[in-house]
Design a protein around this ligand. Sequence first.
Ligand code: SF4
Ligand code: SF4
Length: 496
Amino acid sequence: MNRPIPLTVVADSGESLYAAQPKIYPREIDGRFARRRIAAVFVLLGLFYLLPWMRWDGHQAVLFDLPARKFYVFGLTFWPQDFFWLACLLVIAAITLFFFTALAGRLWCGYACPQTVWTEVFLWIERFCEGRRNQRIKLDGGRWTREKILRKSAKQFLWITLSAWTGFTFVGFFTPILDLGQAVTTFSFGGWEGFWIVFYGFATYGNAGYMREQVCKYMCPYARFQSAMFDRDTLVISYDVARGEPRGHRKRGVASVLASLPLIRPPGTFSPSSSDGEKDQGTFGVPPKNVLGDCIACDACVQVCPTGIDIRDGLQIECIACAACIDACDSVMDKMDYPRGLIRYTTESRLAGMSRRILRPRTAIYATILGALLAAFIWGISHRAALIVDVLHDRNALYREMSDGGIENGYTVKLVNKTDQTQQLRIALEDDQATLRIVGKTHVVVEAGQVANIPLTLHADRADIKGRRRVELLVRNDDDSIHVEHKSEFFAPEDK
Ligand code: SF4
Ligand code: SF4
């Protein structure tokens, strides 16, 4: 039976339904996870900015040359015919993401996502120009003075320069970057190149400079569907409610609540004991009444959060797992002389006092698919044909009857040399085709990476062939390292 859904009609007050987001000023924090994130930024951005300038086998090391329809990736050349392998590579990337998400949560978001990485660099620039968190809040709230104009202008100059360089580098993956650099310096680049440099530069500037956490909260589709890959054993960043609550301010020197909790399970009894990167502290019972938990309500974890959330409210979709709150809380715990790990990488199972299972159906299935795809990809890439041969029969005439009584069929042989060397190739008929012979040129030179279309004629005496005949052409180089057979048809008149 259909039940009506109760509706409440709200009078239009004329107010916008859009709630403006207050600007977030994440506090800078040092710690082991911050250092890992910085290392990830250097490695990933280093690769992005340097790869187009690297050369490999006489080409740009990574170049997706769309006009020439050839992709160069570290000595491998992908042709349109290899599109399958590129699609396979994308599938592998997707399954890898699924696998690591099921295993370790939002690792991608916290350390490798372009949004995270560029936002981090834009924040460094902001701190360099406008100072630490409190100084930035004060500067934004203050009047427009000469100092404010200078600081803001310096930030904008550095942001725009970095964005423009990012747009240029991005296009450099699709157009040879040396040519592009020359074209940019002389203002002679093409319309599309100009459009993409500006578009990608603007996207970097807007997303990393202004949108920041809003991209993760409202625009990123991955943030929406990744929870489908989580289970009780997925590594997440979590606040230990049992240990932290009730929270409250206190002076230094008050002992950690851990010391007064009944120990239900001794430390180090999980196997593996530190699979979530934290020392297993055992499982404790509920704190006695009127005893404060270990959270000193300093809000350091909230102030460092780039998405402005409070991890103590539980796992939230806005959390990008950057681990800044772990570093912040650990430093507070150190100052209080409390054990670290009030906020830590852990799993739902562990928080419930159970052990963590790394191998489970979900991770096993992802790992199996990933392993099979990787093996198929490596085998396929290493066994790709060095030469593509395609033989097209003449479409205008099935056969020609010659004055000497012979029959001729015309073909176009398309040869794609996928190697990086010039190839001297010979076209021949298979041995059992004695009734046919090739008329004209059989020796062909095809430059590295080039396509050659060779006209070819096959001749037969009329008495030898009636109707349709299967023919096999052989294309090989001198040392027979390239050896490709291709089948086609030869047509002759039927008997009357
Ligand atoms: S940083 Fe740690 S101690 Fe401070 S409020 Fe957050 S959870 Fe509590
Ligand atoms: S709560 Fe905030 S600081 Fe902590 S991991 Fe999530 S996004 Fe980072």
